[in-house]
Structure formats: C-alpha cells, structure tokens
Design a protein around this ligand. Structure first.
Ligand code: FDA
Length: 506
C-alpha cells in the first residue's frame, strides 16, 4: 500500500478501516465515554494536556504488532496521520497532542505491548540479551532483568515510568552511562512498523534506518514495536550516596571542582549534581563497595569530603529505586507502577557544557535559585564510555569533550498560572547562554523543547531548512543524515509532528 497521505483527511474512512482490521474494543473515538481516561492514562505533564491541545480523532490501544500495522495502513490510505505513544513522558506531549489547529490524527498507544523476554542462552562474559517491547516501562525492564540476578542490569534513565519506546528513540541517559553508555549504545536489533505498514527487523530495514531509530528522536521513521538489547554486568553490591552541601558550607567550591572531576572519574562511578535553592546534591552510583569508593574519592575528589558514613550498599536494582524515590528501603516492586501524574505542571530545557564554568560565574548563577518561580537544574556528567563512541556512530552527537548536560526544570501546581516559573526558566536559560555550548546552542532530544524551533510545512511536506533550526541543536552534524534517511523511508512525511525530522528532498 503506497497511497500518499492527502491534505484532506478522510476521518470516517480511517475509522471504518480501523474497525475492519482491529478489534473494536481497542479503538476509542472522541465520543466514547472513556476516551478522556484513555488519553490521560500515561500523561505526565498537565501543561501539555490542558490548554491548546488538539486531541486525536481516536486512540488505538494496540495489543499486537498487527494492530500497529493496520493503523498505519489505514492512516496512509485515508490521509490521517498517526502518532505513537509508549510511556507518554514526552516533555511537549507530542505523542498524543498536536499544536496545529484542525489537525486530524490518530494515536497508537503501545502500553498494551510490553512483554520483556530475557534470553537464557548466554552466560558471562558473553552478554545476555533481552527483547523488550516498546510499551514496557524502564521500571518493568529493570525489575525483569535484575530481580532474579543481581548482577544483570541495563543502562537507561532514572524515572521508572518512562516508556522504552520514546526513551530508546531519543538516547537514554542515566546512572550507568559512564560505564556502559546510553541505552542506544546497547541496542542490537529492533522490529519496526514502517510508513508502508510493513513490520521489519534490522536486516530488513537496513543499517541507515537502524542507525536513525537509535537516538534520532521518536515519532519520525516508523513505530518501533520491540528492541533487542544487550544486558550489562554489574557487581552484586553497589554503593549509592547523596552528599548535600549548602552554599554556606562551600558548595560552590565543590561544584566548581566537580566539573573537572565528574567527567574524568573512573568509569565505575557516576556522580550527577542536583541544584535547588542554595543547596547542591552530589548523587552517585559506584559499581563496587564502600571500602573502595571512599579512598578513591578521598584521593581524586577530596573537596567533596566523602566518608564511609555516606555509603549505602545495596543491589543495583535497589539503587534504581533509591535514585527515583530517595528512599533506600522502598520496595523494588514499586518499579512496576505505571500510571499518570497530573498534579504538577512542568517545563524543561537543556544545554551541554564543554568548558567548566568559573567559580565567579557560579556565584552569579546561584542567586537565580532564590528568585520567585525558581526551579532546579540537574547536571549529568559525560566522559567515561560515552566519550569513546564517535559522534556520528549514533544520532546522539554529544560525545567526546562534553563535560556535562544541564537539564533545567521548573514546576508549578494547579491553581497557579505558572507565569513566575515560566519567566524564571526562560530568563535563566537566556542568562546561561554565555556559559554553555553555542553556535549552535545544543540540546538533548529526549528533553524535548519546542522553544528551540518547530517545523514549517510547505506543500504538505516539512521543510529541511525549517527543521534545521531545531534539528542541528539536537543532532549537530547528524541532522542531515537523519533527514536523508527520512526521505528514503518516509518521503511523504507520514510520521509528522512539530519536531519530526523533515525529509531531505534532493
Ligand atoms: P512518549 O510516549 O511521550 O514518546 C516520546 C516521543 O517518542 C514521541 O515523539 C513519540 O511519538 C515517540 N515514540 C514513542 N514510542 C515510540 C515508538 N515505539 N516508536 C517510535 N517513536 C515512539 N530521559 C533520559 O534520557 N534520562 C532520564 O533520566 C529521564 N528522566 C525523565 C523523567 C521524567 C519525569 C520525564 C517526564 C522524562 C524523563 N526523561 C529522561 C525524558 C524521556 O526519556 C523522554 O521524554 C522519552 O522520550 C519518553 O519516552 P516515552 O515513551 O515515555 O514517551
């Protein structure tokens, strides 16, 4: 089936086509009484759920790859675009909303496609593998691979409710990344429904498309149904710790030094930094015992003043719970909770730093955390294994020479109009421009931010020049190759959103 998506969508034809190919109980149209519940079922940010949201014509809660194929084929045949949602954590809600008034589109929700199958064939030093379906959450993945073997893990993000589908599509940074890289550095194969509705694996899709789906951003090239990952080996006991220093206790000196130390520490340690108010938390995972990490840090980072009393020894799986909940005793079963969080509005932005910020400049930065509407920032150190991978090996270009990623987060509750928080993050981001990577200023695609640019569509196709504005910020020199892959696999721009990769039409 190759009928191009037309400019005038045939909504009725699309719905009839779905009903002819997918069990009706899996299709929720706008008029259905439980449509709103299904739409909200994995929403994590009311900012992008309320307000200007253009809602989907229908949601298909697929339980089998054939439903995904049918949705894409029906969409192609009747001129209705399809967006895909796995865990619903997109910071701008692009998996379930459109910003274009009048847009007619369907959503394929993959929460019902979430099996995780761990291979039993391999033993160390040959890494075991697992197939994980896109609708699984990171928490389900972590729990399944590590519950019965405390020496098996997978490198991915901190929040356990994130969906595998979107997360792997954009990169996947987390506590194991200095040792093992991002999630995308550990993916061996994938099964994807392409723009023709065919289900293809790595061999059938070809290496260009397989390269693009590992970090080139979600919702661009097709719908990935499942991923084959290489699991990693961790010690049965790891050490986790949070060391908190206030500005009055000299936090700025320690932070200034951390910028040099954090990215150059041995690969076995990841020390991220959370700054909120006048307080800095050095949050760390060491792949080994307390008795080894204390002397190591006294030698390499004496300014931190770590002692044995800071150590919490536990399994890697327990450390995942700890970093999410800050409670070392929370049950590992909590990783299996899915669901929504509609209580807090958030806005996020990101930067990368390649030259350490001077102490005098941190002194100018800290007053921002005492302002009205102030949020927080998280600094994720790079270096380690990430540095060893060439910038073009995957679409994630922020490799050698990057000291750390900055994520800016601001939040506000219901009843507050968010104006103070929004002004704070916008003004602070502008202020930080002088200290971070620029020309162009770069960003992490999984911390999606529509402020850095949105697509322009001409003659029903997204323009390359419009996409370049935001695309080179996320992907640097890899953007052009992503656009060339898009032109090869989806020339009619079926998988389109406000920040989808445009086809590079020669
Ligand atoms: P969602 O379902 O919203 O999808 C995100 C994007 O991917 C959309 O464009 C969607 O269309 C597309 N997509 C989804 N499934 C797809 C599929 N199967 N095939 C193709 N495209 C697909 N990141 C990080 O690296 N490290 C971290 O520690 C964190 N922490 C974190 C905490 C919290 C609370 C949030 C809200 C987010 C993060 N993130 C993060 C960012 C997160 O990695 C990012 O938002 C992911 O894209 C979310 O994936 P989901 O599947 O949950 O989102």
């Amino acid at each position: 089936l190759t009928t191009p998506t037309s400019a005038t969508p045939d909504s009725d034809g699309f719905l009839q086509c779905l009903l002819g190919n997918i069990p009706s109980g899996l299709i929720y149209t706008q008029g259905a009484s439980n449509f709103t519940d299904v739409l909200a079922s994995s929403v994590h940010n009311p900012r992008v759920y309320t307000g200007d949201m253009v809602r989907p014509l229908c949601i298909v809660t697929a339980t089998d790859a054939s439903h995904v194929q049918a949705a894409v084929r029906c969409g192609r045949a009747h001129g209705v675009r399809v967006r895909v949602r796995s865990g619903g954590h997109d910071y701008e809600g692009l998996s379930y909303r459109s910003l274009q008034q009048g847009d007619v589109f369907g959503v394929v929700d993959l929460a019902g496609i979430r099996a995780i199958t761990v291979g039993s064939d391999a033993v160390w030093p040959l890494a075991p593998t697992a197939w994980v379906e896109s609708g699984a959450t990171l928490g389900e993945l972590y729990y399944t691979v590590a519950k019965n073997n405390s020496e098996v893990a997978f490198p991915a993000g901190i929040c356990p409710t994130i969906g595998v589908g979107g997360h792997f599509s954009g990169g996947g940074i987390g506590m194991l990344m200095r040792k093992f890289g991002l999630s995308i550095d550990n993916i061996l194969d994938a099964k994807l429904v392409n723009a023709d509705g065919d289900l293809v694996d790595r061999a059938a899709m070809g290496e260009d498309l397989f390269w693009a789906i590992r970090g080139g951003g979600g919702g661009n090239f097709g719908i990935v149904v499942s991923w084959k990952v290489s699991l990693v080996k961790v010690p049965s006991t790891v050490t986790a710790f949070n060391i908190v220093r206030t500005v009055d206790q000299g936090a700025i000196d320690v932070l200034t030094r951390w910028q040099e130390v954090g990215p150059t520490l041995p690969f076995d340690i990841n020390m991220r930094v959370i700054i909120m108010g006048q307080q800095v938390t050095f949050q760390s995972l060491y792949l080994g015992k307390c008795s080894d990490v204390v002397p190591m840090l006294s030698n390499l980072f004496p300014e931190l003043g770590m002692t044995g009393g800071d150590c919490l020894e536990m399994t890697w799986l327990q450390s995942v719970v700890f970093f999410n909940s800050w409670n070392p005793n929370a049950p590992v079963e909590s990783l299996l909770s899915r669901g929504t969080s509609l209580s807090t509005f958030t806005k996020n932005k990101s930067d990368y730093v390649r030259r350490a910020i001077a102490k005098d400049d941190w002194n100018k930065i800290f007053p921002w955390f005492a302002m009205d509407g102030a949020g927080m920032i998280i600094l994720e150190p790079h270096g380690g294994f990430i540095d060893t991978i060439p910038a073009s090996a995957t679409p994630y270009p922020h490799r050698s020479g990057v000291l750390y990623n900055i994520q800016y987060i601001t939040f506000w509750p219901w009843g507050n109009d968010g104006s103070a928080a929004t002004s704070w993050i916008n003004n602070f981001y502008d202020f930080m421009g002088q200290y971070v990577c620029k020309n162009p200023r770069v960003a992490y695609v999984n911390y999606r931010d529509l402020d850095i640019g949105v697509n322009t569509v001409v003659n029903d196709v997204t323009t390359f020049d419009g996409g370049k504005v935001w695309g080179e910020k996320y992907f640097a020199g890899n953007f052009r190759r992503l656009a060339a892959v898009k032109a090869a696999v989806d020339p009619t721009d079926f998988f389109r959103s406000e920040q989808s990769i445009p086809p590079l039409v020669q």
